[in-house]
Design a protein. Structure first.
Length: 618
């Protein structure tokens, strides 16, 4: 058998050479996010031709947003992940590929350029290599099987290949033999971790702009992305910001530091945050980017932020009127106040309390059209016209709920926590308004999830998850919901830009037939995703007093829970999820857990039998 001929060394990228950029894009809405346009504008300067490959669908608006940035757009079925898209793109280009000196295979999984691409292209153009990447991954234990290792490889989100390699027979053989990727693991195992080794064994020479040897991690793009940015890497991987929070916790990765470092070097915070808001579950984003502002008491007088504020309050019970009046006294004096009440007698008491305590530009107190409809119906129906009128920069929404089954202390702390997180005093509220002035992409501020006196953590969706998902579909909200608990206020209290609420306020809710508790329970849980659909991110805000109460309580609680389960939190959570619901902890629950973990097939058969018996009984 004759040995294959040694490859012809590609050499440097020639002066005046031609580069083809293949950019793979996926968007569940068929849209083109602004960060994609920024990325394409950056690589456009270094390309002779840009081919955008869309996995899935592309709207007419999305196509228009690619004008001037892409020479050609190829829309394909969303199968085979990015590697399938790369292969289809190469087939599509066909013999024209021979007219280029380099092809860059990249995708939409990064933010950039951080600064510009000029430096990295100049440096790598001068390298005598056959293919090169921005970053690489050291040989490491196999994360999928837990056995063996994955080899050293260039990371596939950015691989540039020169003509000596892509015109070779080895190149044709590689893509012809590439297996179809059905899962993400298939794409990684079948392409990313084998591409570098496959071509290196055939004599092709690779290079990397920011080699792993210069960083204290086998995967710098994830584990020390801030150091990569500081070293001049012109991109930052988006995964750092939407990775599962317990994973980042386990490795002490502070995504906020990564974003801050990239922004300092030229990345647009607004562009990055708008994309993340629209594509990351709100609680995940709030956690990963540490979007909790703890405001300490200040003796300085509040500053006038020049923002026009409309406060909408709802009162169902007279017992909380004085506390509400205290909270509303924190509003800027130029605010307008719209109060809905559940009955005329309550309205009289509210007017009296407001007259004594609150100084604002205007006050309107109105009996709700449906007194039994609850705070959310009052906001969406009675206050809708005022919210939509266009005369205000921000809407403050608060309420005083009626008695709770949990008892006096729980209700009192709920009111205190939610109202004081937003309206502790005028200085506190002024500093929240400053957040909105400073962050144009900030759409809504909420209190953190209350947990003292409530079992909300771990059960935040309550019975409303299915209805909330259905409502999101109805309202055209594609932002993914959080899996365990939404980022939401249990009393429906928040401060928001009117534009961030339009997914809710553009709807005529007058004929809504849902019961008050159901309407409130569902809508108040989707406010953050409604804002996010329009590209606005959420923040949680509280006072230093409530942060101290919350943190110490959480720390002790997690200490007790963690004492029964070994390992880091990510491992504890994984074990708990594999165990499944614990029920009442009795013998039946223990038996069910053993079946789920040790004998899943037996459990499956028992469920099928139970299903058959159930149908027979009917």
């Amino acid at each position: 058998m004759t040995a294959p001929a040694a490859p012809v060394m590609s050499g440097v990228f020639p002066v005046g050479g031609r580069r083809l950029v293949v950019f793979v894009l996926f968007d569940r809405r068929g849209a083109v996010e602004e960060y994609v346009r920024v990325a394409l504008r950056g690589v456009r300067e270094h390309a002779s031709r840009v081919l955008v490959v869309v996995n899935g669908v592309l709207s007419a608006e999305g196509l228009g947003r690619l004008e001037g940035l892409a020479d050609e757009v190829l829309v394909r079925e969303n199968r085979g992940f990015d590697v399938g898209a790369f292969r289809d793109a190469l087939v599509h280009v066909g013999e024209d590929l021979a007219g280029f000196d380099e092809v860059l295979l990249t995708n939409d999984t990064w933010f950039g350029p951080v600064g510009s691409f000029d430096g990295v292209f100049a440096r790598m153009d001068a390298r005598e290599v056959d293919f090169w990447g921005l970053t690489d991954h050291a040989q490491a234990p196999d994360p999928f099987s837990g056995e063996g290792v994955v080899p050293y490889h260039l990371q596939s989100y950015w691989v540039a290949v020169r003509s000596g390699m892509f015109l070779s027979e080895a190149w044709r053989e590689y893509w012809a033999a590439l297996p179809e990727a059905v899962t993400c693991e298939d794409a990684v195992r079948g392409h990313e971790v084998v591409f570098t080794e496959w071509f290196s064994r055939r004599g092709f020479v690779s290079g990397v702009a920011f080699p792993v040897e210069g960083f204290p991690s086998e995967n710098p793009s994830l584990f020390c992305a801030d150091l990569l940015v500081e070293a001049g890497c012109p991109v930052v991987k988006r995964r750092v910001f939407f990775q599962w929070p317990p994973f980042l916790d386990r490795h002490a990765i502070i995504a906020r530091d990564v974003l801050d470092s990239a922004v300092e070097r030229g990345l647009s915070r607004e562009v990055a945050m708008a994309d993340l808001a629209r594509n990351v579950p709100p609680r995940v984003l709030n956690t990963n980017l540490s979007l909790l502002s703890v405001l300490t008491p200040s003796a300085r007088p509040p500053e006038d932020q020049g923002l026009r504020v409309l406060a909408v309050a709802h009162v169902e019970d007279e017992s909380g009127i004085e506390r509400l009046a205290d909270a509303l006294s924190a509003l800027p004096p130029t605010s307008d106040l719209f109060v809905t009440v559940a009955g005329r007698s309550i309205g009289d008491a509210v007017r009296a309390a407001l007259a004594r305590r609150v100084q604002v530009a205007s006050v309107r107190v109105s009996v709700a059209e449906d007194p039994e409809g609850g705070h959310m119906r009052a906001f969406l129906v009675d206050a809708r016209a005022a919210v939509r009128a266009g005369g205000h920069d921000l809407v403050v929404k608060v309420q005083v709920p009626g008695p709770l089954e949990r008892g006096f202390a729980s209700r009192e702390y709920l009111l205190r926590f939610e109202l004081e997180s937003l309206l502790a005093d005028r200085s506190h509220t002024s500093r929240i308004l400053e957040l909105f002035r400073r962050e144009p992409g900030l759409g809504i501020v909420l209190p953190p999830t209350i947990h003292r006196g409530f079992s909300s953590l771990g059960h935040g969706w309550g019975p409303y998850r299915a209805a909330a998902d259905a409502l999101c579909v109805r309202l055209g909200i594609s932002v993914p919901n959080d899996d365990v608990s939404p980022l939401a206020s249990l009393t429906g209290s928040w401060i928001a830009r009117p534009d961030a609420l339009r997914a809710l306020t553009d709807v005529d809710w007058t004929g809504e037939k849902a019961a008050p508790s159901e309407l409130a329970g569902v809508v108040e849980r989707v406010v953050a995703v409604a804002a996010a659909e329009r590209g606005y991110h959420a923040r949680t805000v509280t006072s230093s007093e409530h942060a101290a109460i919350s943190h110490t309580s959480l720390e002790f609680r997690l200490d007790q829970i963690g004492s029964a389960i070994p390992g880091y939190p990510i491992e504890q959570i994984d074990r708990m999820r594999r165990l499944g619901p614990l029920g009442d902890g009795g013998l039946a629950a223990v038996a069910a857990i053993r079946l789920r973990t040790r004998h899943p097939r037996v459990l499956s058969r028992l469920r099928r039998i139970a299903g058959v018996l159930g149908r027979r009984r009917r």
